[in-house]
Design a protein around this ligand. Structure first.
Ligand SMILES: N[C@@H](CCC(=O)N[C@@H](CS)C(=O)NCC(=O)O)C(=O)O
Length: 242
């Protein structure tokens, strides 16, 4: 049995929901409301010591990290493979998966947390804020919460985030000049890893879609895939988010 703990339409949750749905795998969905800090629940922290979503539980075994979850399900369930068959294609796929985790994700947090968490964090009592910070496992997240409680993120942090967005769009545009999908001829874990970030960045910087026509064409093409539509459409899995 597969169970996914996730927060609906957050980028990392979408990554794993996209992969599970693309492979046609049924799973029990556990929606966690991040606004209510359900991911800080001690029972959840036993599954995911980072206190982040998503988390996969497969027959009682726990796998964390959206990219790792996606590789795991693709290996365990061989039908509808989401990895290119050739080593070079898999190497290209992994470059995009690595870019999503290491490069794109931090860029998302600056505008998203400003929009979704700043007002909430500023409205907390001192005791409540201290409790939330003390429950936050990762030091970079604790520091970001403290920044939001204060003056918010700096211009330098926004500039860095925007530069990262440019980079992800530029690399996607270059890859898509060579092949219809990011890692070659077929839709793969590379497309799944990058799609939620292109979706998020385009909301913050719509002009990037105009300056990157191949990426826009790819985005429109992959967004109509049935598994992508099922991931994005409102349901019990998407909670109350945008
Ligand atoms: N590298 C992790 C990152 C997970 C992550 O940052 N998840 C976000 C949602 S996209 C989260 O749980 N945020 C809760 C919080 O920061 O309080 C992964 O890919 O699974």
């Amino acid at each position: 049995m597969l169970e996914l703990y996730h927060a609906g339409l957050t980028t990392c949750s979408k990554k794993s929901r996209l992969a599970l749905k693309e492979k046609g795998l049924a799973y029990k969905s556990h929606y966690l409301n991040l606004g209510k800090f359900e991911h800080h629940d001690p029972a959840y922290l036993k599954l995911n010591p980072n206190g982040l979503v998503p988390t996969l539980v497969h027959d009682g075994k726990v796998v964390i990290e959206s990219g790792v979850i996606n590789e795991y399900v693709d290996e365990v369930f061989a039908d509808k493979p989401l990895k290119p068959a050739d080593p070079l294609g898999r190497a290209r796929m992994r470059i995009f998966c690595k870019m999503a985790d290491e490069y794109a994700l931090p860029a998302t947090r600056i505008p998203t947390w400003t929009r979704t968490k700043a007002a909430q964090v500023q409205a907390m009592s001192a005791a409540e804020f201290d409790r939330v910070v003390s429950e936050t496992a990762l030091v970079d997240h604790r520091l970001k919460l403290q920044a939001l409680r204060g003056e918010g993120f700096s211009k330098k942090e926004f500039d860095e985030a925007y530069g990262r967005m440019d980079y992800v769009f530029d690399r996607s545009e270059a890859a898509l000049s060579e092949s219809p999908y990011l890692a070659g001829a077929a839709y793969s874990l590379a497309d799944i890893a990058i799609l939620p970030y292109i979706h998020a960045f385009r909301e913050v910087r719509p002009e990037l879609m105009t300056t990157h026509p191949r990426t826009t064409e790819w985005y429109e093409r992959v967004m109509v895939r049935p598994a992508v539509q099922a991931t994005y459409q409102p349901s019990d899995e998407t909670g109350t988010q945008r």
